[in-house]
Design a protein around this ligand. Structure first.
Ligand SMILES: Nc1ncnc2c1ncn2[C@@H]1O[C@H](COP(=O)(O)OP(=O)(O)OP(=O)(O)O)[C@@H](O)[C@H]1O
Length: 488
């Protein structure tokens, strides 16, 4: 298989969204590192309507969370002066992310690392991106899931907005893929990462959130090797009211009038039910026909039937038909319906899951052209094909056949025929490729890689002693490997 050029080499669009910290904020940040500024703050000071979200059962026993809570009780607030910024982890379109620790450790609790996203609100207002930052903050405040970031605290300091989140020491899956032989993950690793990502997307969808920016760069690796989906500034949040639908109403069309409206400005038409109960087929699925060659193109057109017979009651809790006409994403990962501007919903996340799986396995994305324009045309027109790769066993061949079948169903160009577009994530979880995955206990599975010891030991003695210059230098060089853009 041909060696693949990294995105840095091949996608050198100068309009990359990566930003560097302005000089003014550099000195501002370093001043703050030494606690010279105080800021008024409150722990996850979310609007009253979302106050209950500060209770995060999944993090109940986590030292990092407990530390913040105790700090809040002891000081009555959590602010920038409580933190020591250690390094810049990277920068995104909206701001910079810093590795930090609490300045004075809480007695009886280990010293923990945090990631702090610092957003310059004035700069964003000029670029008309405040709304995006606000949306990201709002979404982060709602999350409580093992594969999604926990927002421990948020506060304002001067014209900066700071979000304190869980720190992931393992880097991202794009970097992890570069370290693999042939720059491709073994199929078992790809399955693991795809399964955890699928669970994160499923949870987001149930919360009425369409993620819209899945790519390996946004999948971070936690201390224990499990994943954390990061970066919600392109996500779409819809206000939805769950409905329990009677089992004898088999078709979504039958209950159209019951759907609640979506109030998000970028969401063009009403969102469909997020909690419905109807019958599902109990017919045995036809076994996927055995494909003799793994290089065969998948037409994908057959995709997925929406008119399945529905017998057993089943919960579907995802905004299947949320609609936005925003043009957001990363070229190679854009779904056809986003490019064509026909309106898109949660099915875009299933498309990107297909691209993500493909990239993990084959070391490149499926529709990449010689330039961004060509890539977009390929996404719309080009049939899906798979590169020829050598497999070492019949078991691996079998797995390849299954994963190609799944990718083919995820990369169906018509979103209505795409797997997941009818009953949500459950359709994907039931695919042959994921057979044997214990979804409920996936957190107990030993991950393919666990980050090396650096930064894992959180004892005081291991705090890196950094100079001012080092503290400001990027810890991971944040090249935006995929050129990302948005146009609201
Ligand atoms: N919780 C975290 N733990 C460790 N590193 C993080 C964490 N969050 C972000 N980072 C790092 O900081 C960098 C910037 O993250 P951020 O979410 O601001 O933007 P991005 O994903 O790079 O870009 P954009 O917002 O433009 O899509 C990321 O590339 C990532 O490597």
């Amino acid at each position: 298989m041909a060696t693949l050029a990294s995105r840095d080499e091949s996608d050198n669009d100068s309009s990359s969204s990566s930003v560097t910290i302005p000089d003014s904020s550099r000195s501002w940040m370093s001043n703050l590192s030494f606690g010279s500024l105080r800021s008024s703050v409150s722990i996850t000071s979310l609007p009253e309507s979302t106050l209950s979200s500060t209770y995060k059962p999944h993090k109940a026993n986590q030292a990092a969370w407990e530390t913040i809570k105790r700090l809040q009780i002891a000081s009555g607030r959590v602010g920038l002066d409580h933190f020591l910024l250690l390094r810049r982890l990277g920068s995104g379109d909206l701001g910079n992310v810093y590795l930090c620790q609490i300045r004075n450790p809480v007695v009886g609790l280990p010293q923990c690392f945090y990631a702090m996203k610092v957003v310059d609100k004035e700069a964003l207002a000029i670029r008309n991106k405040l709304q995006r930052a606000q949306m990201e903050k709002e979404i982060l405040g709602l999350l409580d899931h093992p594969f999604l970031p926990t927002l421990y605290a948020e506060f304002e300091a001067s014209h900066y907005s700071c979000l304190v989140m869980e720190y992931c020491p393992g880097g991202d899956l794009y970097a992890a893929r570069q370290r693999q032989t042939g720059r491709r993950f073994p199929i078992s690793s790809a399955k693991f990462y795809a399964a955890e990502t699928l669970l994160a997307l499923e949870y987001l969808h149930m919360m009425g959130i369409v993620y819209r920016d899945l790519k390996p760069e946004n999948v971070l690796v936690r201390e224990d090797g499990h994943i954390m989906l990061s970066d919600f500034d392109l996500s779409l949040k819809c206000d939805v009211v769950p409905k329990l639908l009677r089992p004898n109403k088999p078709k979504l069309e039958a209950i159209d009038h019951e759907y609640e409206a979506c109030f998000t400005p970028s969401c063009a038409t009403p969102i469909r039910p997020v909690l419905s109960c109807f019958s599902a087929s109990n017919k045995k699925k036809k076994k996927a026909s055995r494909v003799t060659t793994i290089t065969e193109g998948v037409d994908g057109g057959g995709g997925h039937r929406q008119d399945q017979e529905l017998d057993n009651p089943e919960l579907v809790a995802e905004p299947i038909n949320a609609r936005s006409k925003s043009f957001v994403g990363t070229h190679e990962y854009l779904a056809p319906e986003v490019i064509s501007g026909q309106g898109h919903g949660s099915a875009v996340d299933w498309w990107t899951l297909g691209v993500f799986l493909y990239e993990m396995l084959y070391g490149r994305t499926p529709f990449k052209g010689e330039n961004n324009e060509r890539t977009l045309i390929n996404i719309l027109k080009q049939p899906l094909t798979f590169p020829r790769i050598v497999v070492s066993s019949s078991k691996e061949l079998e797995e390849m056949v299954k994963v190609q079948d799944l990718i083919g169903k995820l990369l169906v160009k018509n979103p209505k025929k795409r797997i997941g577009s009818f009953k949500g994530s459950v359709e994907i979880k039931r695919h042959e490729f994921f057979k044997g995955v214990n979804w409920a206990l996936i957190r107990s599975v030993i991950p393919p890689e666990v980050p090396r010891e650096a930064f894992k030991n959180t004892s005081r003695a291991h705090i890196p002693k950094l100079s001012k210059k080092e503290r400001e230098a990027p810890y991971q060089i944040s090249h935006h490997q995929h050129h990302q853009f948005d146009c609201f």
